[in-house]
Design a protein around this ligand. Structure first.
Ligand code: SF4
Length: 408
């Protein structure tokens, strides 16, 4: 049990959660009716009710705060989330070699809550889908989903994402499209999506143009407030009926040691301000903050009751030096051309985020191992040529140095 868990025990949680036990009504709208009110808030926060939104043309109606399960290893926290009012749980085949899906499935099964929950999972990482024939990719799409259903012990998933999409190729791949279509016909998949944390605007625009996928799970947070292309893409997707689920919502910033620039603000203020910013962004339906304990669960879900900023939150968000000081790597890939050895710098920055900010060494190792050897950590010669190319104040050299200490 972590110190945070011991401060805020499950017993205390259950006592206070009773007031939050409301029916989330995730399946309450027909798809047709729901499509007409995409991104429209359904309930007033003044009465203390949870704010819900509809996930585009899927018709799925959800609280605005969901659970990103990736970093969580405690099934009690997943159960407590459901008891608090969370109705959407996001996992992936890739997380913890499938154990993450198993944990979600076992909690939801034990609660008998499958009909009240929305389960999203992800299959086919870039490495798993590259270089396959049409037949092989279609078969792999189907078998990967079936393997996830086996681990979840479920008959269907509500959202099946293609994992880590960085360009338009998977959006139009006949093997993937036909595999997903077959899964939908068989009733194993309710809606399809892509997850993206690089070139997000292009991917979202590609999904809207292609018309096949229903949902995009995208990285978005307040450090990207100046990214007009991304904000326009998210807004347009919402208008066109593509559901937007937000991830990387905290920019990794609230729950790791705060540098001097942020010490005027509590971790709670940073968390709630960041989540509210995302949820006030036009087109976003729900968010999947990756909390791992009761305290953070309660903090994140408090936002679902009230999206109005407090004065402190406004002050935090309006401080431009804080935005830059977060040093969030938005995976824009602008630094790549500067590297004489073609090192995958964005991949290394993601590795660092998982290790240092999320404390998820499994994900960090898997991300590092997925990089081609000729573009990996050992190829970096510490020339720092790339540093000047980053316009987002990412401490590339410092983070690579830390990674080398950890892995070399
Ligand atoms: S390190 Fe900077 S330039 Fe490179 S991908 Fe990240 S944000 Fe973009």
């Amino acid at each position: 049990m972590t110190p945070s868990d011991s401060e805020y025990t499950r017993r205390k949680f259950l006592a206070t959660a009773a007031t939050g036990l409301v029916s989330a009504g995730v399946l309450s709208l027909s798809p047709g009716a729901a499509a007409a009110q995409t991104s429209k808030e359904e309930s007033s926060t003044a009465s203390g009710r949870i704010v819900h939104r509809t996930l585009g043309r899927t018709g799925i109606n959800l609280p605005v705060v969901s659970m990103g399960v990736m970093n969580a290893g405690n099934p009690e926290v997943v159960q407590a989330s459901f008891e608090l009012g969370v109705r959407h749980f996001d996992t992936a085949a890739y997380y913890q070699f499938g154990r993450n899906e198993q944990m979600v499935g076992s909690v939801i099964g034990r609660l008998g809550a499958r009909n009240e929950t929305i389960i999203g999972t992800k299959i086919l990482t870039p490495q798993q889908r590259t270089g396959l024939s049409y037949e092989a990719l279609k078969a792999k799409t189907i078998s990967s989903c079936e393997a996830s259903l086996g681990r979840l012990k479920m008959e269907h998933v509500d959202i099946l994402y293609i994992h880590d999409v960085r360009d338009s190729a998977p959006l139009n791949d006949p093997g993937i499209i036909d595999g997903l279509t077959e899964l939908k016909k068989q009733g194993k998949v309710r809606s399809t999506g892509v997850a993206t944390h690089a070139a997000m605007a292009d991917v979202i625009n590609g999904v809207v143009a292609g018309g096949f996928f229903d949902v995009v799970l995208t990285a978005i947070n307040f450090t990207m407030a100046d990214d007009a292309n991304l904000l326009a893409a998210v807004r347009n997707a919402g208008e066109k009926g593509v559901g937007i689920v937000a991830m990387k919502t905290l920019a990794g910033g609230a729950r790791w040691p705060n540098p001097a620039s942020r010490q005027d603000y509590t971790s709670s203020t940073i968390t709630t301000a960041a989540l509210k910013w995302v949820l006030r962004t036009e087109g976003v339906s729900t968010s999947i903050p990756g909390y791992t304990n009761y305290e953070h669960m309660r903090e994140d879900f408090s936002v679902a009751y009230d999206l109005e900023y407090t004065d402190e939150e406004r002050s935090f968000l309006s401080d431009n030096s804080i935005r830059l000081g977060m040093g969030f790597c938005r995976q824009c890939r602008s630094c790549l051309a500067a590297c004489p050895d073609k090192v995958d710098i964005p991949g290394l920055m993601r590795t660092h985020m998982y290790a240092a900010q999320y404390g998820n060494l499994f994900e960090a190792r898997a991300t590092l191992d997925a990089l081609p050897a000729e573009r990996g950590l050992k190829k970096c010669i510490d020339c720092s040529t790339c540093v000047a190319r980053c316009a987002h104040s990412v401490d590339i050299a410092g983070r690579i140095d830390e990674l080398k200490t950890l892995y070399c």
